[in-house]
Design a binder for this molecule. Structure first.
Ligand code: HEC
Ligand code: HEC
Length: 349
């Protein structure tokens, strides 16, 4: 009797282990990709994903300088808006409001929600319409956009050159004869963003640790695959590529703002890593509940109804996609002091 019981329980244990291995294999066969196990391998992967890394390799000094620029509100015309205002590293790399709000309290004119900067190095396109190819090209946009930071390339150059602490750091990072240009500013912020990678329990699971996910999360992952979400949300970021939108039905809140996707109506599938931290959802931030967002995907993109139960399972799985930033990125930087030559803020009251 005892022997029989032992045998039986070992069969049960073995089959659940096999099931986990099968699920990890199914996930990978479906196009999902884990971050590698070690920080060094992750850094290498980020380097290969950044198209400008050949000309501007990541170094510790550049990352540290890029972090200061990311957090420095003096870059903006008003002196109070930094990249971190809208891509706050404490809340998933976003701002938590439907339409991003910048200079003079101006909401994004197209009612566009800020995507997360976390893991964005792995996206094949940046922005909701994919118009920037990589992070350095991307960073130049918001610094000078009127409704965001409202600076000009000249004002950024003037500011940085007026602060001896920055001049020295640029020289230390790029060489003694370095000229601080707006492009180099954008490049350096992009280099910092290469480090904003968040490995999670989901990665541990795909990398072979069958216990890294709870049974409920495994079921959610299986549902995510079975429903066909992976046809668009795949790769390292479970997103980050341009995809057709409103494939099967109309998006209920399409009339909030006037965003229509790129020239072909394609929209960047958002990164699903840290998705539980980045509400509200969709390009116009019109949906706050993650469960509602999942159900909307069923009708808008797949032409199926996702039940409450299935949506709950998928959301349970999404919890496993929250990861941790490297400690260095989370350590708040102290910025170099201004001088009398530093331009004063223009609040345009
Ligand atoms: C006022 C809010 C605001 C500020 C400030 C801001 N951004 Fe953004 N950011 C946005 C919005 C909104 C978008 C989406 C724009 C679009 O798709 O057209 C965006 C998009 C991005 C993206 C693309 C991510 C993706 O997945 O497509 C990155 C990267 C980014 N910003 C980095 C930065 C950096 C670096 C800075 C500072 C130099 C910055 N942002 C300043 C609001 C802001
Ligand atoms: C045909 C491609 C496609 C399929 C299939 C698809 N998605 Fe999406 N998904 C997208 C696109 C594109 C967006 C952005 C839509 C927008 O905001 O305009 C998106 C947005 C989302 C969002 C909101 C993310 C955010 O940060 O705003 C979630 C959550 C999501 N999808 C989950 C899912 C789930 C779960 C499934 C399966 C039930 C699924 N998707 C199926 C392409 C797809």
């Amino acid at each position: 009797m005892k022997v029989k019981f032992l045998l039986l329980s070992s069969v049960v244990v073995a089959s659940s282990v096999f099931a986990a291995d099968d699920l990890a294999k199914l996930a990978k066969d479906s196009g999902l990709q884990a971050l590698p196990k070690t920080a060094a391998e992750i850094a290498k992967l980020a380097e290969s994903a950044a198209p400008d890394a050949k000309d501007f390799p990541t170094t510790e000094k550049r990352v540290e300088l890029g972090k200061k620029l990311y957090f420095d509100p003096r870059i903006s015309r008003s002196g109070i808006i930094s990249c971190n205002t809208c891509h706050n590293l404490a809340i998933g790399g976003t701002d938590g409001v439907p339409a991003s709000t910048g200079h003079k309290w101006t909401p994004n004119p197209h009612h566009i929600n800020a995507p997360t900067t976390l893991n964005s190095v792995f996206n094949s396109a940046q922005f909701w319409d994919g118009r920037a190819a990589h992070l350095a090209e991307q960073a130049a946009g918001p610094a000078t956009a009127a409704p965001e930071m409202a600076a000009t390339p000249e004002s950024v150059e003037k500011l940085l050159n007026s602060i001896p602490g920055y001049v020295k750091e640029f020289q230390d990072a790029y060489g003694k004869d370095t000229k601080i240009t707006f492009d180099l500013f954008a490049t350096t912020v992009g280099i910092f963003e290469r480090t904003l990678v968040t490995p999670s329990r989901y990665d541990e699971f795909l990398n072979g640790d069958s216990k890294a996910l709870t049974d409920a999360e495994k079921e959610g992952l299986k549902t995510f695959i079975d429903k066909g979400c992976v046809s668009c949300h795949n790769g390292i970021n479970l997103g980050g590529t341009m995809q057709p939108f409103e494939v099967a039905g109309k998006y209920e809140f399409a009339n909030v703002g006037d965003f229509k996707g790129d020239a072909n109506g394609m929209v960047k599938a958002p990164v699903l890593r840290n998705i539980v931290d980045t509400a509200p959802y969709f390009h116009n931030g019109a949906i706050w509940s993650l469960k509602d967002a999942v159900k909307a995907m069923g009708s808008v993109q797949l032409g199926i109804e996702i039940s409450d139960d299935e949506a709950n399972k998928i959301v349970t799985f999404f919890n496993a996609l929250s990861g941790k930033l490297p400690d260095a990125a989370l350590k708040y930087p102290v910025l170099p002091a201004r001088t009398d030559a530093t331009p004063k803020p223009e609040l345009d009251y």
